[in-house]
Design a protein around this ligand. Structure first.
Ligand code: ADP
Length: 609
C-alpha cells in the first residue's frame, strides 16, 4: 500500500492525514480522557494567541489616547490600559497552563502508548504461523513495526494536533485581518500555498525512497546484530569478518546517503525560495498596514495588533510546514504497523480434543509438502503408520525432509497434499492447544533461554514450572542433574551471558537441558527428538536413549539421529531420501535388505572398530 499513489499535489497533501485517524484511534483506546484533554488544550492554544495580540493592540490604543487626554478621561484611559495589562497577563497564564497540561499529557501518553503498541505487536505475533516468520517481506514488517513503536504514533498525533492548532490560529487571524482587508487575507493565504505543496512533494519522495530502501536497511540491521551479538562474535573474530561487514554496512549507508542528501538539498533550496515568497508577502502586508496607519485609516493600536498577528501567522505557517514534514515519516511507520496488524491470519481450525481410535497412533497418507515458493517438494507421497506405543527412527541425508515431517506432524505447517491422522482423527480437526500438549518435541536448533536452570527445564510444561520436584525429575531423566548440582546456585543459576552472573554451558550441557525440557512434558504421549544429541558423546547418547525407551515405553517416540547405535533400538526405521521413503523396516530387516541403510550402518560400524 503506497500512500503516494496519486500525482495530484492536493491529494498528496491530503494523504498526510491518512493515518492520523488510525493514530488518534490507538491513542483514544489507550486513554480517552488524556486524548480529550490534549484536544481541548490544543484548541485553547490555537485560539488564544490572536486574542492576546488584539488585547495588546487595545492596550497600545489606550496608552496613545491617554497621551492626548487630560483630567478625568485620562484617568479612565489609564485604568483601561491597566485592565488590558491584566487581561493580557490572564490570557497568557491561561495559554501557558494549556501548553503545560498538553506537554504533561504527551509524556504520560508516550509511555502508555509505547507499551500498548508493543503489546499489540507481540500479541499479533503469537497468532502468526511459522511460515510468516520465514517470509522475509512479512518479517520485515514485524521488525519495522517494533523498531519505533514507542515514538511514532504519538508523534503523529502530536503533529496532527499541532497542525490543527496552527490552522485554528490562522483562521482566527484571518477573521481579524478580514476587517482590515479581505485582499490581505487572500494574499497571505496564497503566499503560503507553494511552500506547502513543495513540502508535500518532497515528503512524498522521502516516503517512497524509504520504502524502496527497506531491504538495504534491513541488511544493515542484520549486520549490526551479527557484529554485536555474542553468538556471532566467535566467527567474526576467527574468520576476520569484522572489517568486511563494517565495510558492507558503510557502503549501504553511503548509497542511501547519496539519495537522501540530494533530497535534503533540494528540499532545503525550495523550502528557502518558497519561504522567501511567503516572507515577501508578509512584508508587503507589513508596509501596507504601516501606510494605512499613517493615512489614519487604522489606529496605532490596530497596526500593532495586525503586525503581531502577521508574526503569529508566519510562525504558524512555519510550524505547520514542520508538522507536515514530519508527518510523512510517521505515516510511513503507521502504514507499516497497520499492514502488520491487519494481516489476515488463517483461523486455527479444529476443536476436537480426542480421536475416535487412540490405539491407531499416527498415520500419514500420501502426504506431500512444498515450501512456499519452492519448486521441489520437501516431502513426496509419504505413507506411514506409527502404532501407539511404537518407536520410530528416521534416518536420511541432510535436506531429505526429516525435520519437515516433524513440522507437519506438529501442525507448524499444513501438508500441501494428503492427510495426517492422529488417533484416527485428521490433524486439522484437532484443537490446536490439545494437539500441542500431546506432543513433546526438541528440535535440533532448540532454544537456549536466558533464564535460570529451573525455568529452562520447567517451561517444558508451563503448568508445573514452579514444581521443583518435577523439574528435578525431568533433569534426572535428561541427565542434566549431574552437572546442574555443581552450578553455583544449582537450579537457581542464571544461564547464558546476557544477564548478571549468567553461566554459559557447553553445547552438550545445553542439549541435556533441552532434553530435560522434553521429559518435563510428562503428559505428552508423543515424544520427538530431532537430532538434539549431536553434541553429546556417543556413550551418553546411548545411555540417554536407553532411558528414553524406558520412559516412553507406552508412548510414541520419534527419533531423528545420525547415530546407528541409537537408531537400531527403534521398533521401526524409515530411510528418507530426497523427500521420499526409500527403505522401511526393523533394523534387522533393513540390514537384510542390504540397501542404503545397511551400507551406512556398516560404514559407521567400521569407523568405530
Ligand atoms: P532434514 O531435516 O532432513 O535435514 P529438512 O526437512 O529440514 O531436511 O529440509 C527438507 C528440504 O526442505 C530441504 O531441501 C530444505 O532446503 C527445504 N527447506 C527446509 N526448511 C525450509 C523453509 N523454511 N523454507 C523453504 N525450504 C525449506
Amino acid at each position: 500500500m503506497d500512500t503516494q499513489t496519486s500525482s495530484n499535489p492536493v491529494s498528496k497533501f491530503i494523504s498526510v492525514f491518512r493515518y492520523s485517524s488510525v493514530a488518534i484511534g490507538i491513542v483514544w483506546d489507550t486513554s480517552a480522557a488524556l486524548t480529550v484533554v490534549m484536544a481541548a488544550t490544543t484548541l485553547v492554544s490555537g485560539i488564544l494567541p490572536a486574542a492576546i495580540a488584539s488585547v495588546g493592540g487595545l492596550f497600545v490604543d489606550a496608552v496613545a489616547s491617554a497621551f492626548q487626554e487630560t483630567g478625568a478621561s485620562a484617568q479612565q484611559l489609564r485604568s483601561e490600559a491597566l485592565y488590558y495589562v491584566f487581561l493580557e497577563a490572564g490570557l497568557v497564564v491561561l495559554i501557558t497552563a494549556a501548553q503545560r497540561i498538553n506537554t504533561v499529557c504527551q509524556s504520560i501518553l508516550r509511555v502508555l502508548l509505547g507499551n500498548k503498541i508493543n503489546v499489540m505487536i507481540l500479541e499479533k505475533a503469537l497468532t502468526l504461523e511459522l511460515a510468516h516468520f520465514e517470509d522475509s517481506e512479512f518479517y520485515d514488517k514485524l521488525v519495522r513495526a517494533r523498531r519505533e513503536a514507542s515514538s511514532r504514533p504519538l508523534s503523529l498525533v502530536i503533529k496532527t494536533f499541532d497542525l490543527f492548532r496552527d490552522n485554528i490560529l490562522l483562521v482566527t487571524i484571518g477573521i481579524w485581518l478580514y476587517q482590515f482587508s479581505p485582499y490581505a487575507v487572500l494574499l497571505l493565504g496564497l503566499a503560503g500555498v507553494p511552500a506547502f505543496l513543495a513540502e508535500a512533494k518532497f515528503s512524498g519522495e522521502a516516503f517512497r525512497i524509504h520504502r524502496r530502501r527497506s531491504a538495504e536497511r534491513r541488511m544493515q540491521i542484520y549486520l549490526e546484530m551479527v557484529l554485536t551479538r555474542e553468538d556471532g562474535v566467535k566467527e567474526i573474530k576467527l574468520l576476520q569478518l569484522g572489517k568486511l561487514f563494517v565495510q558492507r554496512y558503510v557502503d549501504i549507508f553511503k548509497n542511501i546517503y547519496k539519495e537522501d542528501k540530494s533530497l535534503v538539498l533540494r528540499r532545503g533550496f525550495w523550502g528557502y525560495v518558497l519561504g522567501l515568497l511567503a516572507s515577501a508577502a508578509f512584508y508587503f502586508a507589513y508596509g501596507w498596514v504601516g501606510f494605512a496607519a499613517i493615512a489614519g485609516t487604522i489606529t496605532i493600536g490596530q497596526m500593532t495588533m495586525y503586525i503581531a498577528q502577521f508574526r503569529l501567522g508566519q510562525n504558524a505557517v512555519t510550524s505547520s510546514l514542520t508538522a507536515v514534514n514530519g508527518m510523512y515519516e510517521d505515516n510511513l511507520y503507521l502504514s507499516n504497523l497497520s499492514e502488520y496488524l491487519a494481516h489476515k491470519v488463517p483461523e486455527q481450525t479444529g476443536s476436537k480434543t480426542r480421536g475416535p481410535d487412540p490405539a491407531d497412533g499416527i498415520r500419514f497418507e500420501n502426504v506431500s509438502f512444498h515450501y512456499p515458493g519452492s519448486e521441489n517438494p520437501a516431502l513426496h507421497n509419504i505413507t506411514l503408520h506409527i502404532h501407539s506405543g511404537e518407536s520410530l527412527a528416521i534416518v536420511g541425508e541432510n535436506g531429505s525432509g526429516k525435520t519437515t515431517l516433524i513440522k507437519l506432524l506438529t501442525r507448524l505447517y499444513v501438508p500441501t497434499g494428503g492427510n495426517i491422522f492422529l488417533e484416527g482423527l485428521e490433524l486439522s480437526a484437532w484443537d490446536i492447544d490439545t494437539l500441542r500438549q500431546k506432543i513433546g518435541v526438541i528440535f535440533q536448533d532448540f532454544s537456549r533461554y536466558q533464564l535460570i536452570v529451573g525455568e529452562n527445564i520447567g517451561i517444558g510444561d508451563v503448568k508445573n514450572i514452579h514444581h521443583d520436584e518435577y523439574v528435578a525429575e525431568a533433569a534426572r531423566k535428561g541427565m542434566a542433574d549431574v552437572f546442574v548440582k555443581d552450578l553455583p546456585a544449582a537450579y537457581k543459576t542464571q544461564l547464558g551471558t546476557w544477564f548478571k552472573d549468567g553461566k554459559e554451558l557447553s553445547g552438550g550441557q545445553w542439549q541435556k537441558i533441552a532434553l530435560s525440557r522434553a521429559f518435563m512434558r510428562s503428559q505428552a504421549d508423543i515424544l520427538i527428538l530431532d537430532e538434539p544429541t549431536a553434541a553429546i558423546d556417543a556413550k551418553a547418547e546411548a545411555e540417554i536413549f536407553e532411558h528414553f525407551r524406558e520412559l516412553t515405553a507406552n508412548k510414541i517416540s520419534i527419533i531423528i539421529s545420525h547415530r546407528f547405535s541409537t537408531v537400531r533400538r527403534a521398533d521401526y526405521i524409515i530411510v528418507l531420501d530426497q523427500a521420499e521413503i526409500l527403505e522401511r523396516g526393523t533394523h534387522k530387516e533393513l540390514l537384510h535388505l542390504d540397501g542404503q541403510y545397511a551400507t551406512l550402518f556398516k560404514l559407521q560400524a567400521k569407523g568405530y572398530q
